[in-house]
Design a protein around this ligand. Structure first.
Ligand code: NAP
Ligand code: ZN
Ligand code: ZN
Length: 346
């Protein structure tokens, strides 16, 4: 077994604290990654605090992982020691079901293994990236270019692919007006990708003070959602909306800003279900859609696209010991735009 260090939640109502544990040995097709950086996704807060469902504790969160491969198994062929590598929201799947064959392993119907708060195929709990090492089957390890700042690459493994995937699926680009709801970790990546694909991007935000920052990211304007006049002026103006809000909220004011035939894609995971009147959907042929992370081929495509176009997340590096304060600051919206843990500080 491999001795590993981490920060873990021992229960849903206790802060994260240092924890030593064992990772599995490097199997024939595994790779051992020394983690350099791990992004802090709002999902980590949802799960460490049992906001969605009872979790598996101790819990080591973290699914925006980048680092260096330090060992590969005897039959591993895809990676070699010294390579930079990334791991996102999943670490294993069956490889044979319809979704796996279609490169949507995140929806594997047989044996999906998410990166943490989940169990591997042997029923053992798996632990995420708030840790110094991780052992992963080589198929679930992404190639990372050395061209970009590695800390800014970490959030691409979840926030990046979760926004890239639906924008690509709906072919958002030139001639489209795209609104991004919520300028946090996911939202700021949606702005960057929307702008890179040629769309006219508007941010719909509760934070008037993010207007300048939104423009720097590539948006053409920011609409303050608490301002009724601004929301009225935005009615029937967008072809696409991507909603990245983590907190419970009413989506009807946003649906009113869609043009006829417009598409609203939700990627946020608030706890309460949405309520949408049938009339709202019928009048204007509106589409309400969802999207969950992204599969391995598309995640690699996104990483390669980012390396080519020089796109990375805007990050604030934090020390491991400050993770609980980072959770609180994220809940207050006090981060531009993603906390990333510098694993040297573990
Ligand atoms: P985040 O960094 O906290 O950003 C969320 C943003 O939502 C905030 O920055 C804020 O932006 C806005 N917001 C917060 N409270 C709000 C409220 N009450 N009403 C309206 N807007 C509010 O979170 P994140 O890491 O981007 O994650 C966002 C959500 O996506 C989480 O629920 C997470 O679990 C989920 N997620 C889903 C997937 C997937 O596969 N679908 C993958 C990753 C994450 P403004 O200040 O601009 O208003
Ligand atoms: Zn995430
Ligand atoms: Zn499968």
């Amino acid at each position: 077994m491999i001795q590993a260090k981490a920060y873990a939640a021992q229960a849903a109502d206790t802060p994260l604290a240092p924890w030593n544990f064992e990772r599995r040995d490097v199997g024939p097709q595994d790779v051992l990654i020394e983690i350099a950086y791990c992004g802090v996704c709002h999902t980590d807060v949802h799960q460490a605090r049992n906001e969605w469902f009872p979790g598996i504790f101790p819990m080591v969160p973290g699914h925006e992982i980048v680092g260096k491969i330090v060992q590969v198994g005897t039959h591993a062929k895809k990676h070699k020691p010294g390579d930079l590598a990334g791991v996102g929201v999943m670490v294993d799947s069956c490889r044979t079901c319809e979704d796996c064959r279609n490169g949507q392993e995140q929806f594997c119907s047989v044996s999906p293994v998410l990166t943490y708060n989940n169990r591997d195929k042997n029923g053992q709990p798996v632990y995420g990236g708030y840790s110094n090492y991780i052992v992963v089957h080589e198929d679930f390890v992404l190639r990372v270019s050395g061209k970009l700042d590695l800390a800014g690459v970490a959030p691409l493994l979840c926030a990046g692919i979760t926004t890239y995937s639906p924008l690509r699926r709906w072919n958002v680009g030139k001639g489209h007006k795209l609104a991004v709801v919520g300028l946090g970790g996911l939202g700021h990546m949606a702005v960057k990708f929307g702008a890179a694909f040629g769309a006219d991007v508007t941010v719909l935000s509760t934070s008037p003070n993010k207007a300048e920052a939104a423009r720097r990211l590539g948006a053409n304007r920011l609409v303050v959602t608490k301002d009724e006049d601004q929301m009225k002026a935005a009615q029937r103006s967008f072809d696409f909306i991507i909603d990245t809000v983590a907190a419970d909220h009413d989506i009807n004011p946003y649906l009113a800003t869609l043009r006829t035939n417009g598409v609203y894609v939700n990627v946020g995971m608030p706890v309460q279900p949405f309520q949408v009147p049938s009339f709202t959907l019928a009048m204007g042929n509106k589409v309400v859609a969802g999207s969950g992370a992204g599969g391995l081929p598309e995640t690699q495509e996104m990483l390669d696209f980012c390396a080519e176009k020089n796109i990375a997340a805007d990050v604030e590096l934090v020390n491991m010991k400050d993770i609980n304060a980072a959770f609180e600051r994220m809940l207050r919206g006090d981060v531009l735009y993603r906390f990333v843990i510098d694993m040297k500080t573990l």
